[in-house]
Design a protein. Structure first.
Length: 329
């Protein structure tokens, strides 16, 4: 593994190659975000902070469970997405490959420091570059980490995430392919993790869930205090699976982006999706172009502050709804 800096590892060419994914969405957000909002978006930790870096904060959210809350609006691209560590007696699961191999290697090192073990497994929640491109950072001599992914996610990472990197391709050559229809249960020794196939943010998402304690790593099905990226969204599936993830008992929710969420934050996100749907459906029924409808759309003040840094973000959402509503005619 090279000792290159994060900036060396993540070239401008690779960043621009991910322009359709959440990486570019977040970069655009960072360019517009006021500095105070950049800092505040992920500043409040729900758990106990065990590590802090320019690109994010690692929080202990339960015994043997840690969440990385990335700070992409800082402009640092080392991780970009949130992720996590779940430890059992016999194994350790890392969640997300992040945007650079440096970010994944840092996460693996944190897992070893906190649990005494390099990750035995890593799961990718979907194919977008900010969640997958650094997965090769977990692969190291003497540490046989197994990558878990759906076939669709693996294939899309290899086909769409440019430029091609030999080490990333190698890391995804021998993977544990998870079912696209039934959940995969990973026994880490005294801790069973359920990896559940879902859809909506992309055509192939997964959530990573614990029942005791009640905890959900939602990937990009959930964003906290930031309007989500609809670039690959299937809006009705998104609404369905987001609601399915919401539990009635006290639960810790780790979003794909933004601070760790509680039930109230989760419900605000569901309400935001509902407002976007209502606006998009009304615009579609009137024949209003997505761009025009998006410019006129605002969220009710009662939902609080949601980071939005340009009309194109709502335009993507309205375009995704137009695509689905038009196909249903």
């Amino acid at each position: 593994m090279s000792d290159c800096t994060p900036h060396d590892l993540q070239s401008r060419r690779e960043f621009l190659g991910s322009a359709g994914s959440c990486a570019a969405h977040l970069a655009l957000a960072a360019s517009f975000a006021p500095s105070a909002l950049r800092a505040a978006w992920t500043a409040q930790a729900l758990g106990i902070v065990v590590a802090r870096e320019p690109w994010g904060t690692l929080e202990k959210v339960a015994d043997g469970v840690w969440a990385l809350i990335s700070a992409p609006l800082s402009g640092d691209r080392t991780t970009l997405s949130n992720g996590g560590i779940i430890a059992g007696r016999d194994g350790v699961l890392a969640i997300e490959g992040f945007f650079t191999s440096h970010g994944a290697r840092w996460m693996a090192s944190q897992a070893r420091q906190l649990t005494g073990r390099w990750p035995t497994h890593v799961v990718l929640t979907h194919y977008h570059a900010d969640h997958a491109n650094g997965v090769d950072g977990y692969i190291a001599d003497g540490f046989p980490t197994r990558v878990l992914t759906t076939a669709s996610t693996r294939d899309q990472v290899l086909a769409k995430n440019t430029p091609l990197v030999d080490s990333r391709t190698a890391a995804l050559t021998d993977v544990m392919v998870m079912s696209a229809t039934g959940e995969t249960v990973l026994d880490l020794g005294g801790r069973r993790v359920r990896i559940v196939p879902r859809a909506g943010h992309t055509s192939s998402d997964v959530s990573v869930e614990l029942d005791d304690p009640s905890l959900v790593f939602a990937g990009d099905l959930l964003w906290n205090a930031m309007v989500p990226n609809f670039v690959d969204a299937l809006p009705t599936q998104l609404a369905k699976h987001v609601k399915a993830l919401r539990r009635e008992r006290t639960t810790v929710y780790v979003p794909g982006h933004g601070a760790v969420a509680d039930a109230a934050a989760y419900d605000r996100y569901i309400a935001v999706l509902g407002e976007i749907e209502t606006g998009a459906r009304a615009a579609f029924a009137k024949g209003t172009p997505a761009a025009d409808a998006a410019k006129a759309f605002v969220l009710p003040p009662s939902l609080g502050a949601w980071a939005l840094f340009g009309p194109t973000f709502y335009e993507r959402a309205f375009t995704a709804w137009n695509r689905e509503l038009g196909a249903a005619r």
